[in-house]
Design a protein around this ligand. Structure first.
Ligand code: 26Q
Length: 812
């Protein structure tokens, strides 16, 4: 059947009509007063109808042209809300507003009711979402593959200043954006054993037998590009039990066991792991990784064979981008599918695998590199372990040829880490199995070559490259900051939305009084909007005339929220002493989630809250300093926070933050950065110039020498301000009824081996903060610097990043 029906139009009466129809007949609501949640759903369906046709055409055109396709494999896609993004991208904003008029509500009222799709932890997951937006906008045939977690990133609330996690049942009321695709069901094997056999032609093969299988069901989400007809696909897999899985037991009369097994199968896609650094060893996590890899590869292979008949052109037509090591088991799985299921020889299969896989690394922390115990692997994925062993054996021959007799190097580079508990090194599998290995900022990519993956760089220098991250300007400027977007468009036209480098033209506006005044007014309004959010979430009243100093990101020692809190304590101490010379009113906002098992990160949240309550309840301090910890930081919160920030805190220990992407969102919205020489901060600094950036702290090369030269205790002793901060922390000033509460934090600062160099960077940070507040006093100059930041942010569009991936890696 090819009845395409009538195409839904974008005119406002048709939209109004469909909206009413969905409200009444899809949702079955006939309320006398329209109920917002249903209206939201009806609007989502109305918009989805309008994506459908473009989605079909995109697919049909691709099927006809058979271009090379890219598959972005990721355990995380942190999409946030979809409604206003879709409306904006198809250009139906005015029409939707019109249609909503008769319901007495605005699009803004409705869109804030939409629940975030929080299928990610932080930077890596949000990057995947920004990339999908850019791929669709640039009309690249790129498909995302991920997991349809029943529960996304946990919801964070506070009880007595401590983080409380609760489940995020985001699918409870259904998801209007997804389409179930029962025809794309895949079977995934686990456990069992391997055996060899001889086929009819006398060839030897391996097979994986006696397995416990589950199904992967496909759910597709439309990814509309901005101002283009392209609608790409994000395919998310859900696990379900196979029928025969419970049939045996059902026949034996064990109905209850049969149903229990079904739950076991469905557990695989139940919940997102809430760690943003690897938590080693959890079997369920490895199941998730293999489940995603196998389902996606089978899907791609089937589609490829349908059109191309064989594997001769597979590597010319397909490319997999692996989002960190999480999906790198795909390398072994592709080998298995090609050899065991499609009977290719090793060398042919390896050539295909090695020419289709590309690996992106997102971390420099050695402890965050994923490793899986060989023991677990052999029980869960015995065939894959065999293949990894064979990859390793052949690889180590290459190493031995290149460095004869260097057994130490073979040990270092082996995919298997030997020891009491042998482990599979997933990052090494990613490097060996891929034709491209990239870092996510210039410094990060350099350190991968010089440090973490040095041996591999020496062997294969051509594989290594950099792709500095970016963020989508549609969500992170036009959508979240509509007033600023309007002002920009009035001044330089609206082509910047698809070519962000055009923001450079704003530099010419800094001497235009009316422009700078409007720029300042818009920031003021955005600050008022954030103040409302802060007030309703914490009860604290932020003064929009103060400097808004913001640090939002996952809570991690290397990100040094602690350094920020110590600065707050220092300011509090100064004000209490009456040393207010050169001070200006400042509002400090900290937000972010801690991994539920990360003790020190959770204690840092408690400290932030305790400091906030001491500071905020001191009437002598209130006019100069206010502090909040904003609970449940998430994508939709950032959409309010980024436009309102004056000062963006990017203060990681040098060499630890791979890139950062929040730093780019703040810059785009006209915040100035106070930051270390780390990750993409360096490129931000270069783009905007040192006079528009507050730089401090040790550089990567300086850190180890500094550690030898002086200990934290020596630094504390010789710095009066730092001594006083430590004194306040140690005397229990912020933990009145639990005096030793913050000992672990104090000890971490005083630890001579403190990897995060908190004490060492304190003085530089405090001084730079003072420079920042003094600079803020000259409001006219500050506004210019703010404009310069937005103007220089063009390089940080994910359109630029994706164009580089497409040209250099994917060869589209
Ligand atoms: C691994 C194994 C088991 C459980 C969880 C994990 C896991 C999950 C998520 C490990 C890491 C992550 C996420 C990492 C991440 O977000 N990294 C950030 O990636 C950004 C995009 O490239 C960078 O900008 C940040 O610098 C980097 O920290």
């Amino acid at each position: 059947m090819k009845n395409k029906g009538a195409k839904p139009s974008l005119n406002n009466t048709d939209i109004a009509c469909d909206l009413q129809r969905h409200y009444n007949f899809t949702l079955g609501r006939f309320d006398s007063r329209v109920k917002t949640p249903y209206l939201l759903k009806a609007l989502a369906l109305t918009v989805r109808d309008r994506l459908m046709e473009r989605w079909r055409v995109t697919r049909e055109q691709e099927n006809a042209a058979q271009p090379k396709r890219v598959y972005y494999l990721s355990l995380e896609f942190l999409l946030g809300r979809s409604l206003s993004n879709a409306i904006k991208n198809i250009g139906a904003q005015a029409e939707v507003e019109q249609a909503l008029h008769s319901y007495g509500c605005t699009l803004e009222d409705l869109e804030t009711e939409e629940i975030d799709a929080g299928l990610g932890n932080g930077g890596l997951g949000r990057l995947a979402a920004c990339f999908l937006d850019s791929c669709a906008t640039l009309n690249y045939p790129v498909m995302g593959y991920g997991i349809r977690y029943e529960y996304g990133m946990f919801h964070q609330s506070l009880e007595s200043g401590r983080q409380i996690e609760s489940p995020d049942h985001w699918l409870r009321d259904g998801n209007p954006w997804e389409l179930e695709r029962p025809d794309h069901r895949r079977r995934i094997q686990f456990h069992g054993r391997t055996e060899s056999y001889t086929d009819d032609l006398g060839a030897r093969h391996m097979r994986w037998v006696d397995t416990s299988d589950i199904y992967a069901l496909a759910y597709d989400m439309p990814i509309p590009g901005y101002n283009t007809q392209t609608v790409n696909t994000l395919r998310l897999w859900k696990a379900t039990a196979t029928d025969e899985f419970n049939l045996n037991e059902f026949n034996a009369g064990d109905y209850a066991e049969a149903v229990a097994e079904k739950n076991l199968a469905e557990q695989i896609t139940m919940v997102l792991y809430p760690n943003d650094a690897s938590e080693n060893g959890k079997e369920l996590r490895l199941r998730q990784q293999y489940f995603l890899a196998s389902a996606s590869l089978q899907d791609v292979i089937e589609q490829h064979l349908e059109h191309c008949g064989g594997f001769a052109h597979f590597a010319d037509k397909n490319c997999f981008q692996l989002n960190d090591t999480h999906p790198t088991i795909a390398i072994a799985e592709l080998m298995r599918l090609l050899m065991d299921e499609h009977r290719l020889e090793w060398d042919a299969a390896w050539a295909i695998t090695n020419n289709t896989m590309a690996y992106t690394n997102h971390t420099l922390l050695p402890e965050a590199l994923e490793r899986w115990s060989v023991h677990l692997f052999s029980a869960l994925l015995p065939r894959l372990l065999e293949i990894i062993y064979e990859i390793n054996a052949r690889f180590l021959v290459q190493v031995a040829q290149r460095w004869p007799g260097d057994t130490e190097r073979q040990r270092r580079m082996s995919l298997i880490e030997e020891g009491d508990e042998p482990m599979v090194r997933m990052a090494y599998l990613g490097i060996v199995g891929s034709f491209s290995v990239n870092g996510v900022a210039v410094l990060h990519s350099r350190l991968l070559k010089e440090d973490l993956f040095r041996d591999f760089y020496e062997l294969w220098p051509h594989k290594f490259n950099n792709k500095t991250n970016g963020v989508t300007p549609r969500r992170w400027l036009s959508h979240c900051n509509p007033s600023l977007a309007d002002l920009i468009t009035q001044s330089i036209g609206d082509a910047w939305q698809k070519d962000l480098s055009q923001l450079e033209a704003l530099r010419a506006c800094v001497n235009d009084q009316s422009f700078t005044q409007q720029w300042a007014n818009i920031k003021r309004q955005n600050k008022a909007r954030l103040s409302d959010l802060v007030k309703s979430n914490t009860g604290v009243t932020f003064n929009p005339d103060s400097l808004f100093d913001v640090q939002v990101k996952r809570i991690h020692e290397y990100k040094r929220q602690l350094l920020n809190i110590m600065h707050v304590i220092h300011l509090y101490d100064r004000i209490a002493r009456g040393d207010t010379q050169g001070l200006q009113p400042r509002c400090v906002l900290i937000g972010g989630k801690a991994a539920p098992g990360y003790y020190l990160a959770k204690l840092i949240i408690k400290l932030a809250n305790n400091v906030a309550s001491v500071v905020n309840s001191d009437p002598n301090v209130a006019s100069l300093l206010q502090v909040v910890f904003l609970p449940n930081y998430c994508v939709s919160a950032m959409e309010v926070i980024a436009p309102a920030a004056d000062l963006s805190e990017q203060i990681s220990t040098a060499g630890k933050e791979a890139s950062g992407t929040g730093n780019m969102k703040f810059m785009m919205n006209g915040a100035l950065t106070i930051g270390t020489y780390d990750g993409a901060n360096i490129e931000i600094l270069e783009a905007v110039g040192a006079s528009n950036f507050f730089l401090f702290g040790l550089k990567v090369e300086e850190i180890s020498a500094h550690r030898v030269a002086c200990t934290p205790n020596q630094i504390i002793e010789s710095d009066v301000d730092l001594s006083r901060v430590m004194q306040l922390l140690e005397c229990g000033h912020f933990s009145l009824f639990e005096s030793n509460l913050f000992d672990p934090i104090v000890n971490s600062i005083r630890n001579p081996h403190d990897p995060w160099m908190v004490a060492a960077d304190f003085r530089g940070y405090i001084d730079e903060q003072q420079r920042a507040i003094e600079c803020y006093q000259n409001r006219e100059l500050w506004v210019k610097k703010s404009i310069f930041n937005t103007a220089a942010s063009g390089r940080f569009s994910s359109d630029r990043t994706i164009t580089e991936y497409a040209n250099d890696i994917w060869k589209l």
